[in-house]
Design a binder for this molecule. Structure first.
Ligand code: ATP
Ligand code: MG
Length: 438
């Protein structure tokens, strides 16, 4: 039989790595609660049309990265979600979530894109995202960006050193069209200076010329008209207001006129949090305003803004930056004399767990429980602070022995005490205390 393996570019997340994921997810839930964002969970599979209409037909994602398939049962065209904004907007429309005003929502979960797997780029990857739907002002733009900063700080990342913010304004579609026309005119006026690639792009996608790596073109690119100069009063006012709020919050950012983001649906504010620590996969979090999307997907017109961060990239960055969450070992390890102690030991262990003590129970192998010595070695290796000894002697006296496994300040190591087996809830707190007076 062929060896069964995970699909290329899709990863198993196993202990101890999974503990870092849970730690991060916990921090995020706390953050979202503090900012008033509520959780949504949309299906992983959506109609392909949602992404074609939502992201735009000629985006990289829709053209070449989507896992699309036909449902063999009924012929429906479906796709694994490559991102979650379209799904959140679909759900918002479907359930009339904006009926009573704006909504602040967040999600976390796997996304799928058929890309070339490499460090920080996978085919199944995970995003955490926040969306503020139904709010037009730059105030929520600022809120969303500051929320990211709060997260970096809470995780122990250092702004400027580990991550920095880049922002831009894409204005409105008609402003982008005016800018595009000015770009074409600029490059046409210097047609003789263009390389073949750029000449080809001139009328198909002139914005792409700005991304050219050809050094000979750089002066021409530098001199090209900038979108900021084509923003109308309203767009400019929105951008200025956002910048004033970021300034007031003491958040530094770089204006990046090249920042466009990959998807069609963005307008006005766009931003990215980038790092130098991850090589080519340097964007950890990206977002912006997407005011046209709700209407584009069939809803009543309403503005929206949001961001999504790549969990794998954020965890890689945390590792690069030397941030490691403390491992959480069990508080106690239950050492069992022999199988016949179990009917009396197990209720006590359950009572301790119910009282909040994490107890790792030694479990039988093929040959039963094995010797006490081997069990104590396991107790030590588990990192537990206490061994709970359910030996035949102890049980005969109706007690369990509590043996501290880690030295504590001001106490000799290994002072063992006994506690009544029948009433574990009454002394459970002693196991939780880091410095008990036994
Ligand atoms: P990139 O330019 O790196 O391809 P993107 O613009 O396609 O990123 P978005 O669609 O904005 O990315 O998704 C938001 C975030 O999700 C990214 O900033 C990144 O951290 C993460 N991300 C996107 N694609 C992948 C992937 N294939 N593997 C891992 N993380 C990803
Ligand atoms: Mg991409």
């Amino acid at each position: 039989m062929d060896k069964l393996q995970a699909v290329k570019g899709m990863n198993d997340i196993l202990p101890p790595e999974s503990a870092r994921w849970e730690w991060l997810e916990g921090k995020l839930r706390g953050l979202m609660a503090r900012y008033g964002y509520q959780n949504v969970r949309t299906p992983i599979v959506e109609p392909t049309a949602l992404f074609v209409r939502g992201l735009g037909e000629v985006t990289d994602i829709v053209e070449k990265e989507m896992y699309s398939f036909v449902d063999a049962m009924n012929g429906d065209q479906l796709s694994l979600r490559p991102e979650n904004t379209a799904g959140v907007v679909r759900a918002t429309i479907e359930h009339a979530l904006l009926h009573e005003g704006g909504r602040r929502l967040y999600y976390m979960g796997p996304m799928f894109r058929h890309e070339r797997p490499q460090k920080g780029r996978y085919r199944q990857f995970h995003q955490i995202g926040a969306e503020a739907l139904g709010f037009a002002g730059p105030d929520v733009d600022a809120e969303l960006i500051l929320m990211c900063r709060a997260l970096w700080r809470e995780l122990g990342l250092v702004e400027a050193r580990d991550l920095r913010l880049e922002i831009n304004s894409l204005g409105q579609p008609h402003e982008r069209r005016a800018h595009r026309a000015a770009l074409v005119a600029h490059f046409e006026a210097h047609h003789d200076l263009l390389d073949d690639d750029s000449r080809r792009r001139l009328h198909t996608n002139p914005l792409r010329i700005l991304d050219s790596k050809n050094p000979a073109l750089q002066p021409l690119i530098e001199a090209a008209p900038k979108l900021v100069d084509h923003l109308g009063d309203e767009s400019r006012a929105h951008f200025d207001a956002l910048r004033a709020l970021l300034d007031a919050a003491g958040l530094e950012y770089r204006l990046n006129p090249r920042l466009v983001r990959g998807l069609d649906y963005y307008n006005l504010t766009v931003f990215e949090w980038v790092t130098e620590r991850l090589g080519a996969q340097g964007t950890v979090c990206g977002g912006g305003r997407y005011d046209p999307l709700i209407e584009q997907l069939g809803g009543k017109p309403a503005p929206a803004v949001g961001w999504a961060l790549g969990v794998e990239r954020l965890l890689l960055l945390l590792a690069e930056a030397g941030v490691a969450p403390a491992a959480v070992p069990p508080r106690a390890f239950a050492v069992l004399g022999a199988a016949d102690v179990l009917p009396r030991a197990l209720p006590a262990i359950e009572a301790l767990r119910a009282a909040g003590v994490s107890v790792l129970m030694h479990a039988a192998g093929k040959d039963g429980y094995g010797g006490m010595k081997a069990q104590f070695r396991r107790a030590d290796a588990s990192g537990a602070a206490w061994a709970l000894i359910f030996g035949a002697d102890e049980l005969a006296r109706g007690v369990v022995a509590l043996k501290p496994l880690r030295a504590r300040a001001g106490e000799p190591t290994g002072v063992q005490v006994e506690r009544p087996l029948a009433d574990a809830a009454s002394w459970a707190h002693e196991l939780l205390d880091d410095n008990p007076r036994l």
